[in-house]
Design a protein around this ligand. Structure first.
Ligand SMILES: *Cc1c(COP(=O)(O)O)cnc(C)c1O
Length: 398
C-alpha cells in the first residue's frame, strides 16, 4: 500500500497550511506564502476575513442544518439578492460547481420538455471547457483525459472548437436544447470569449429557441471586476451556474435562471439534501455584503490594472519565460514560454502560490481583497522566479 489513506487522484504539493491571514497562508512550520491561487478562485475575500468568520460562527451557534423540507430564511434572502443583482428570477442552491452545472443542464432539458420539445436535449459546448467532474459534466467538458475509463460518455453534448461560431451554426440541429460556455475559460487557460461572439451566440439562441447557459463558477463573483463576467458583454444568459467565490471557502454553488428558463423545474423534479443549508447561506450572504459594497469592485479593477501592468513588464523583461499576459480583473494568466509546471514550481520556490491551467498557462487568482502591497510583493516574487528560470535556461544553452 502507498503511504496515504487517501485516493491518489491529486498530485499534491508537499505543503500543509496551518492558518491564513488575508492574502497569506502560513505553513505548519511557520513559513509564509503569498496566496495567488486562493483555493482556485474560491477564497474571494482571502483567509480569515472577520465578516465571514463572524457570520459563520454566529450561525453555527444557532442552527446548522434543517434540510429543504422547511423554509430557510437565509436561503430566501441570498436568492433574492442574487436575483436583484443579475438577469435571473429563480435560484437553486448546491454544494459545488459541478452540481450547479448539473442543475443548469437539467433546467435546460426540462425547459425544452415543458415547451413540448422533449427531443431537444443536446447541448453545444466548446473545446477547452471545464464544467466539473461528475459523469455529465465530464461529458460537457469533453476532455478525453477526464472521460477515459469511466464507461460510455453521457450522451447529449456536442463540442465545437473554441469561439468557432460557424461550427456552432452547423452543429445546431432539431435535438439541440442549449449552448453552454464559460465567458472566460478558467482551467482551459484564461481564455475570454470576445464580446461580439457572446452577442452572436445570444442571437443564435434566440433564433433557434435555444437556451444560453453561462458557467461563471470561476469567473463570477467579482473576479473580472464586475459581479459577473457576462455584464461586460451587454447580453445575458438564460441560465448561469456559479460556485467557488460565492462561498469564500465554504462549499456553496447555485444555478440561476430566468423564470421562463426555469419553467420546467416544478415540484419534485430536482433536489438536494445539503444545498442551501443555513451555514452555507450565512457565509454566502456575508460574501455578498462585502462584494456588493459600493466601491469594492472599482477597487478590484484598480488593483487588477496595477497587477496586469506589472506582469506585462515582467513578460517584456523575460520573454524566454513568459510569452504574454492574458485575462482581465483578478483572473489573469501567464502564457509560458517553457513548461508551465516549471514556472509554477519556480514561483512556489519564491513562496508564491499560483495554479497551472491548460494551454501552458499559469493562473493568478489573488483574493479580491488583495492589497496593493501584496501585489507589489507578488510582482517581486514573480520577477525573481522568472529571473532564476531565465538565467538557468541561458546557462543550460551555453
Ligand atoms: C471549478 C469549476 C467547476 C466545478 O466546480 P466544483 O466545485 O469543483 O464541482 C465548473 N466550472 C468551472 C468553470 C470551474 O472553474
Amino acid at each position: 500500500m502507498s503511504g496515504s489513506a487517501l485516493y491518489e487522484t491529486f498530485a499534491r504539493a508537499p505543503l500543509a497550511f496551518d492558518h491564513g491571514e488575508g492574502s497569506w497562508l502560513v505553513t505548519d512550520r511557520g513559513e509564509r506564502y503569498l496566496d495567488f491561487a486562493a483555493g482556485i478562485a474560491v477564497n474571494s475575500l482571502g483567509h480569515g476575513h472577520p465578516h465571514l468568520v463572524e457570520a459563520l460562527t454566529e450561525q453555527a451557534r444557532k442552527l446548522w442544518h434543517v434540510s429543504n423540507l422547511y423554509e430557510i430564511p437565509g436561503q430566501s434572502r441570498l436568492g433574492e439578492r442574487l436575483v436583484e443583482a443579475t438577469f435571473a428570477d429563480k435560484v437553486f442552491f448546491t454544494n459545488s460547481g459541478a452540481e450547479a452545472l448539473e442543475c443548469a443542464i437539467k433546467t435546460a432539458r426540462r425547459y425544452q420538455y415543458a415547451g413540448g420539445h422533449p427531443e431537444r436535449y443536446r447541448i453545444i459546448t466548446f473545446e477547452g471547457a471545464f464544467h466539473g467532474r461528475t459523469l455529465a459534466t465530464i461529458a460537457a467538458g469533453g476532455q478525453q483525459k477526464y472521460l477515459e475509463g469511466f464507461g460510455p460518455k453521457v450522451d447529449g453534448f456536442d463540442q465545437v472548437p473554441f469561439d468557432d461560431l460557424q461550427a456552432v451554426e452547423k452543429t445546431i440541429g432539431p435535438e439541440t436544447a442549449a449552448i453552454l460556455l464559460e465567458p472566460v475559460q478558467g482551467e482551459g487557460g484564461i481564455r475570454d470569449f470576445p464580446m461580439q461572439s457572446l452577442k452572436k451566440l445570444r442571437q443564435l439562441c434566440d433564433e433557434h429557441g435555444l437556451l444560453l447557459i453561462f458557467d461563471e463558477v470561476q469567473c463570477g463573483i467579482g473576479r473580472t471586476g464586475r459581479l459577473f463576467a457576462y455584464e461586460w458583454s451587454g447580453i445575458a444568459p438564460d441560465i448561469m451556474a456559479i460556485a467557488k467565490g460565492i462561498g469564500g471557502g465554504f462549499p456553496v454553488g447555485a444555478c440561476l435562471a430566468t423564470e421562463e428558463a426555469a419553467k420546467g423545474m416544478t415540484a419534485g423534479v430536482h433536489g438536494t439534501t445539503f444545498g442551501g443549508n443555513p451555514l452555507a447561506m450565512a457565509v454566502g450572504n456575508a460574501v455578498l455584503d462585502v462584494v456588493l459594497e459600493p466601491g469594492f469592485l472599482d477597487e478590484v479593477k484598480h488593483k487588477a490594472l496595477l497587477f496586469k501592468q506589472g506582469l506585462a513588464a515582467i513578460a517584456d523583461e523575460f520573454p524566454d519565460v513568459i510569452e504574454g499576459v492574458r485575462g482581465s480583473g483578478l483572473m489573469l494568466g501567464l502564457k509560458c514560454a517553457m513548461p508551465n509546471g516549471k514556472v509554477n514550481a519556480a514561483l512556489r520556490d519564491q513562496h508564491l502560490l499560483a495554479v497551472p491551467a491548460g494551454d501552458n498557462v499559469i493562473r493568478l487568482l489573488p483574493p479580491l481583497t488583495v492589497t496593493e502591497d501584496d501585489i507589489r510583493q507578488g510582482l517581486e516574487r514573480i520577477r525573481a522566479g522568472a529571473r532564476h528560470l531565465s538565467e538557468a535556461a541561458q546557462a543550460a544553452a551555453q
